[in-house]
Design a protein around this ligand. Structure first.
Ligand SMILES: Cc1cc2nc3c(=O)[nH]c(=O)nc-3n(C[C@H](O)[C@H](O)[C@H](O)COP(=O)(O)OP(=O)(O)OC[C@H]3O[C@@H](n4cnc5c(N)ncnc54)[C@H](O)[C@@H]3O)c2cc1C
Length: 337
């Protein structure tokens, strides 16, 4: 038996069924909450063929497989999952109304777990190599490119620091500005010289690759350069539109600001995963989803005490279920002689 709910209004809707959203759904389902996950099906986790840094998988696990198992696990605890894309949201009194491509939804609590999109460089040949030999993240992929030939695409301080940090993994690191004017500051320019990191300044015409493995960068003119792996620092697009529409505070990059329990600046609205200022890692997204779910569960519990809905739930229990355990009677002792 679950706490009686308005059939037209969910207790919790999670927008985004990636790593953070599914983790939240598992917790909320197990907390006996009426939870619906609405997902448009573009989790970034799909791009990773072998996740090596997720706890509990010593031989790695495919991102797709992690998502599939997450969905099975969430359904096991009665979370409902639906494919739709939410296009707009509004707050009416204490209810959020979400308009999707397929349907309209209403909920008391809303968790935004919509993730981000890493912008790949606009260079022919790059897209085919995403997740295989073209990467966005040192923490995810630095280890797997040890002792290989690595190019960092970028012309900013961030690109320089990226290259310097990659020295931990490989001696063969270059920066490729792809024809852009370098806008790193003097200090970063000095570091490039001091650490003897080559800079390729020409426009990259395309990436030579075979079976998703990069072989070389080809420039608009002159000889190319042989590399094995490419990293980029082009930036991210944060899927923050729904939170923004509801008036949630964002930081200067567009990440949704949250407290340590994943509450946003808007009451009853929560956010988790890469759309928040967390470092964009699967295990962090999963942890944030769990933390958000715990906060939502706690807030709904407090609300049920204040509104007496827990009392009404108790009345139903008292009417229809056994609510007092049987008394255990002492066994009669054998008659003494
Ligand atoms: C190539 C690549 C390799 C990576 N490798 C690793 C790795 O090895 N290790 C690691 O820890 N991390 C890795 N990551 C990062 C990892 O994928 C993310 O940290 C993780 O997926 C973030 O989880 P999330 O739930 O925040 O977002 P996501 O998993 O991206 O999920 C967001 C979900 O929200 C949905 N959504 C968005 N907007 C809407 C809407 N309006 N309505 C409905 N649904 C919506 C999307 O379709 C998506 O399914 C990698 C990322 C990439 C791109």
């Amino acid at each position: 038996m679950k706490l009686a709910a308005d059939p037209n209004t969910r207790e919790v809707i999670v927008v985004g069924g990636g790593i953070a959203g599914l983790s939240a759904a598992i917790y909320l389902g197990r907390a006996q909450r009426d939870v619906l996950v609405i997902d448009s099906g573009h989790s970034m986790a799909k791009w990773e063929p072998v996740v090596q840094n997720y706890l509990g998988f010593p031989n790695g696990v495919g991102g797709e497989e992690l998502l599939k198992n997450g969905r099975i696990q969430a359904k096991r605890y009665e979370a409902r999952l639906i494919r739709d894309e939410i296009k707009s949201v509004s707050a009416r009194k204490s209810i959020f109304v979400l308009k999707g491509k397929r349907k309209t939804y209403r909920t008391k609590r809303l968790l935004i777990a919509t993730g981000i999109f890493h912008l790949p460089p606009e260079i022919p040949g790059v897209k085919q190599c995403l997740g295989h030999s073209m990467f966005f993240c040192k923490d995810c992929d630095g280890y797997r490119v040890r002792r290989k030939r690595i190019a960092i695409i970028g012309a900013s301080n961030e690109a320089v620091e990226y290259a310097l940090d990659m020295l931990h993994y490989s001696a063969c690191v270059i920066v490729a500005t792809n024809g852009k004017r370098a806008h790193w500051d003097k200090q970063h320019g000095r570091w490039l010289k001091e650490y003897e990191i080559p800079v390729a300044r020409k426009r990259i015409r395309d990436v030579d690759h075979r079976k998703r493995k990069i072989r070389a960068l080809k420039f608009a003119s002159g000889p190319g350069v042989k590399i094995d792996y490419l990293f980029t620092t082009r930036g991210d697009i944060f899927h923050n539109q729904l939170a923004k529409k509801l008036g949630a505070k964002l930081d200067s990059d567009g990440q949704i600001k949250v407290d340590h329990c994943m509450r946003t600046s808007v009451p009853r609205l929560y956010a988790a995963g890469c759309v928040t200022p967390a470092n964009c890692q699967m295990i962090i997204a999963a942890g944030q989803g769990a933390a958000a779910a715990q906060a939502i569960n706690r807030d709904l519990f407090e609300e049920s005490l204040a509104s007496h809905s827990l009392r009404r739930f108790r009345d139903e229990q008292l009417e229809s279920e056994k609510t007092v355990p049987e008394v255990e009677r002492p066994k009669s002792k054998a008659r003494r002689r």
